[in-house]
Write a protein that binds this ligand. Sequence first.
Ligand SMILES: *Cc1c(COP(=O)(O)O)cnc(C)c1O
Length: 637
Amino acid sequence: MTSQSKPDPHSVPSHHGDLYGINNWGNDMLCVDGSGAVALRLPLEPDSTPTPLPQVMDAIETRGISAPVLLRVQQFLDQSLTQLHDAFNNAIRTAEYKGAYRGVFPIKVNQQAEVISHLMTAGQKYNYGLEAGSKPELVIALSQPLPEDALLICNGSKDEAFVRLAILSRKLGHNTVLVIETLDEFDIIRRVATELGIRPLLGIRVKLTERVTGKWQESSGDRSTFGLGAHDLVTLMGRLRDSGFLDCLVLQHSHLGSQVPDIIDLRRAAAEACRFFVELTAMGAPLTHMDLGGGLGVDYTGERRSEENSVNYTVTEYSTNIVETIRYALDEAGIPHPTIVTESGRFVVAHSSIFIFEVLGATLYDAPQKPEIKDDDYHLMTDLMAVENYISGPRFQEALNDAVYYRDELRALFRRGQIGLDQLSRAEQGFLYLAGLFKSALRQDPNLNEVAEPLAAFTDHYYGNFSLFQSLPDVWAIDQLHPIIPLQRLNEEPTRQAIFSDITCDSDGKIDKFVLADGAADALPVHDLKEGEPYHIGVFFVGAYQETLGDLHNLFGDANVVTISLDGHGGFDIEHETEADTIAEVLSYVEYDPRDCLDAFRKRVERALKAGRVNASERRQMITAYKDSLAGSTYFD
Ligand SMILES: *Cc1c(COP(=O)(O)O)cnc(C)c1O
């Protein structure tokens, strides 16, 4: 599992970076520089100088912005957008497809104003549009400088106010498409459009019968909450025709779910969408757009496999498959090629953000020193320490079994009152000393992994200054894997295996699944912490879905957000900064008025002063401490 090499001061610096699989999942955006630091690269400019992340942390901490930080890299956002459009445009050219590609960004994937605004600016040249799945998202979309030819797709359940705003926006020249998700929704649309006297652009969401694999397997196909099945489609087509709205139906929509790992599923779904398209066209719908929704996945593990956190295709394959499938099906049916629309959210934003936290401390499950054995110690104590003699070599497993047995027997003696705390403490210490020897034997000989199962309980715990629930909700909720790597000292062999706990009081607040070069692992190779030297951990590709799903568990608020732009010479510029929530802000989210809190505290202190329990200077200290806390960070300073 871990590197087999002995510590070697002259080893190739990137060697230990390889251990984490950075070359598999790093997408040319990351590398390890000569000083052993993880550095950010301009993916489209291979000759530029990478920007080391520890230096970025240094520089922003000097400016008073400390970890935990969500770091956004503007060029990474641009790169994904470019990749997506280049892929489709190339596929269209190669296949001599007659229609165009129009991407829309699904706002729910990252609603942050700064992200949307950047995507709108960078997307002008692609006529990049937006997808709104709710009224608030529509309100956001209508505040954006959408290009004239861009689409504004409205999905999700809609009430009258949603429909009214969407239809009215047609008068501003927006290509707002109301995607009909249910039969009832059409009744609202018909009523409002008739009342306003505006012809809407309509879409229809079809429920595909093909199911997909991956995390969203259970809500695909028949189990999908959204979309119209064959019978409802036929009913709706009848109503559209009878009410004179059939000529408004320009778009067919389908959506499989997010992070679809297998290209075969995507291809089958596109083929089925074509079947509906052909049939609906034959029934008189003037369809011009085929919208295939989201699903374009991100290879979080770099394994290129059809697994939950990976994908077995590239964006190039994705676009080629879709374009060719549609061209083939529609040529066969003699129907002109429609504009192809995708609502790829995860792919566009996931890579752009890195979550960085600092390790505050560690509980180490080994001990450097052998405990002393006293004359009147139980013989089990001597037996325990004798295990050291046969750890390395063929008796590894026996040694491990014995150590656990003697330790447990000594614990039992303590419970029965036969040994005291002093001897128990030395027994525990002795066991940890042996655990350290077991772990280093394991590092020398990874073949021992098979029998080392009991050692998993002795994985070190590193404590990080972050809240999993606030900053990495999908890691907690759906076992999302992100690449995680120490940002520094990768020219030193990482000699420990750790899992990470956050600072919430919840035992679920931990990260214990990792991506390494040779697959998933239950612990991350890390270095010994050094006094007074920060040790930062980076969690990569967290730009999709994480920022607003997070919650205020234990009232830990939003982390700092810093957007940087790489200068190509090893440096960077800060483009934007959002300060972390203060305690006062977080309190107001749960309906406390921070001024009332301060007031109440002041009164208590005043009473204590009157009662002679605190003096005037203590009073001042207490009020100042309370005020500083209110204005300060929810995380450790
Ligand atoms: C969530 C969602 C998307 C985004 O999916 P990704 O897999 O992130 O690209 C697109 N369309 C609809 C209708 C969605 O609900």
